[in-house]
Design a protein around this ligand. Structure first.
Ligand code: SAM
Ligand code: SF4
Length: 406
């Protein structure tokens, strides 16, 4: 299938844009995302060539998808803030030219605490960025060392203060279930971030991933449910609104993880750059996925040497049944599913399967209903990974169990 054809049904509608920057100062012990560790100064030419190629992708994409509105722009990675301000400026310039409406899209940039200072934030602000997200993971020196992360709690405090001075909004990520941390350590870190005034907090259970330094750790699988419950209570008591089981927003703040929220509501996402995933209307696709440093560098070098119209991707094509399953899963995670609408969009065979899953989840107090909407209870949020897996097809479950990264 040609990429242009995959995007035809989305033309004329809303669109999210995700830009992937696959460079980090080091690979953290828990991380198997698509990136290479580089020294930004030593690798200036390589990073510059990457950004050049990325701006070609942006211009080409605008010929494939002609959205009425760009609803969100998110820079993820990797560590996008490894790019110099002048490289960032050229990406924003390309986006502005290709998608003139992007500036209404509340652009957000993921930043590594060790890579930014106030003048970098000022630069981002001058390109129209009013929100950033930082990976904190923990404020404990021992845990940070164990994860191979190169900043301190003081750096995090300084960055939060800088964003406040500059009237920018900030999300902070924390991971729970980490080695070298207790439940109390995690809750104390969470309270400290709240006290420092972050606008959003995202709390992730440690996922023990293949091909990482943590791959042989015992999984904190059972402990994670209790840790989530305690954190959820702490956040609710401090006026944070739960948006998904991961992300919380300070009630007074308007900011949110807009891209994820819109994706859950069915807005397609165009991924740009090596390692980006795209969610077209009936096709999720990306380039081949690897973790090994040498293979990743080869893939990025191939990307730099290619042209936008000649690249090939791997993907998953959605049948009507898979679209219905995805709508239930994302709907439950985002806040609720409208039953009459789902019934209208679903074949009777799949509807029967859904009905018995809903009965079973209700019997276990994982979902409840209000009028025509079904939603996860607090217990359902706590066990959301188990609850929503009830709607996955055998095909998805078996391809996941067969998947191994290299
Ligand atoms: C897309 S990642 C990249 C963030 C950014 N590069 C950083 O680390 O500062 C966003 C978040 O996902 C979470 N994350 C990534 N890998 C994880 C894992 N194996 N287990 C739990 N959380 C993880 C981390 O909290 C991370 O900050
Ligand atoms: S966690 Fe973030 S900083 Fe660490 S290697 Fe992964 S993407 Fe890079």
């Amino acid at each position: 299938m040609r990429l242009l054809d995959a995007w035809k049904p989305a033309s004329g509608g809303p669109l999210n844009i995700y830009v992937h920057i696959p460079f980090c100062t080091q690979r953290c012990s828990f991380c198997n995302l698509f990136l290479i560790p580089v020294n930004a100064e030593a690798s200036q030419d390589f990073i510059g060539a990457y950004v050049n190629r990325l701006t070609d992708d942006i211009a080409f994409a605008a010929t494939a998808v002609a959205p009425t509105a760009v609803t969100s722009v998110y820079f993820g990675g990797g560590t996008p803030s490894m790019l110099s301000l002048s490289l960032m400026e050229s990406i924003f310039g390309a986006l502005r030219t290709a998608f003139p409406t992007w500036q209404d899209a509340e652009p957000c940039v993921e930043c590594g605490p060790e890579t930014i200072d106030k003048s970098y934030l000022q630069g981002l602000r001058s390109f129209g960025v009013e929100r950033i997200s930082i990976g904190v993971q923990s404020l404990r020196p021992a845990a940070l060392r164990h994860m191979a992360r190169r900043y301190t709690a003081d750096d995090v405090e300084r960055i939060i203060a800088d964003t406040q001075d500059l009237k920018m909004e900030i999300n902070a990520d924390l991971i729970y279930g980490l080695p070298e941390t207790t439940t109390d350590d995690f809750l104390e870190d969470l309270l400290r971030l709240i006290e420092l005034g972050v606008d959003n907090v995202s709390i992730y259970p440690l996922a023990v991933r293949e091909k990482t330094r943590y791959q042989n750790l015992p999984s904190a699988h059972l402990r994670k449910y209790e840790m989530w419950r305690l954190a959820d209570q702490v956040l609710a008591a401090r006026d944070f609104v739960r948006e998904t089981y991961v992300r919380y927003r300070r009630k007074a703040s308007k900011t949110t993880y807009r891209q994820q929220k819109l994706e859950f509501a069915g807005v397609p996402t165009l991924g740009l750059g090596s390692g980006a995933r795209s969610y077209a209307p009936r096709l999720d696709y990306a380039q081949e996925y690897v973790v090994s440093g040498r293979a990743s560098k080869g893939i990025i070098a191939d990307y730099i040497g290619s042209t936008p119209d000649t690249r090939t991707y791997v993907g998953f094509r959605f049948s009507d049944g898979e679209i219905a399953r995805r709508a239930v899963i994302l709907g439950l995670l985002a806040g609720g599913v409208n039953l009459p609408r789902l019934r209208a969009d679903t074949s009777s065979e799949i509807w029967e399967e859904f009905s018995s899953a809903f009965d079973e989840l209700q019997g276990n107090e994982l979902i409840d209903s209000c009028g025509e909407t079904v939603f996860l209870t607090t217990r359902g949020r706590q066990y959301s990974d188990i609850a929503v897996s009830r709607f996955e097809s055998l095909e998805v479950l078996s391809s996941r169990s067969e998947f191994h990264v290299r």
